[in-house]
Design a protein around this ligand. Structure first.
Ligand code: FE2
Length: 162
């Protein structure tokens, strides 16, 4: 079974992509290129949907053995991230932004960046999962990616029902 993905490496690779995307958005906003910022946010929406879903459905429950009820805090943090992403998407839906809107969108993007940094810290704990857990996480991560539900769609439908 060598074709399984590496759940920690893929987890961290997603974070790198999100980090770079967010920085791209803040740069685009600085250059008043709303179209570009919107485009990148759209890519992040697609990328982070399966990531969040995998985290909430499998990774976080598995991390409970290391983190106990702190896991509930992680879920609450996701609520904030989703709300912030919505604000960001709404601001970027216009073709031109006022200075204040641009500032708000940049602030929202930066808030997302902090979450990326926090979330990546979970990798250090995930390294302590045994092979059986690791294989299960790999399969579930792959499953979430295959389903491919973007973040805001997932949040509005599947996540809401849980
Ligand atoms: Fe994450």
């Amino acid at each position: 079974m060598t074709d399984r993905l590496d759940p920690i490496e893929e987890f961290r690779e997603d974070h790198r992509k999100v980090r770079d995307g967010i920085l791209e958005i803040t740069n685009a906003l600085m250059e008043k290129d709303v179209k570009k910022a919107r485009e990148v946010l759209g890519q992040l929406n697609v990328l982070t949907g399966p990531h969040f879903r995998y985290e909430e459905e499998y990774l976080y429950p598995a991390l409970r053995k290391f983190l106990g009820e702190y896991v509930d805090q992680l879920i609450r943090e996701h609520n904030n991230v989703i709300d912030t992403a919505k604000v960001c998407a709404q601001l970027l839906s216009k073709d031109t932004l006022t200075d204040q809107e641009s500032k708000d969108a940049t602030k929202a993007a930066m808030a997302l960046l902090i979450h990326v940094s926090n979330c990546d810290g979970l990798a250090i704990l995930s390294e302590r999962f045994g092979q059986k857990d690791m294989d299960l996480l790999a399969d579930k991560f792959a499953e979430a990616r295959k389903a491919g539900v973007p973040l805001l769609d997932w949040a509005a439908t599947i996540r809401k029902k849980n």
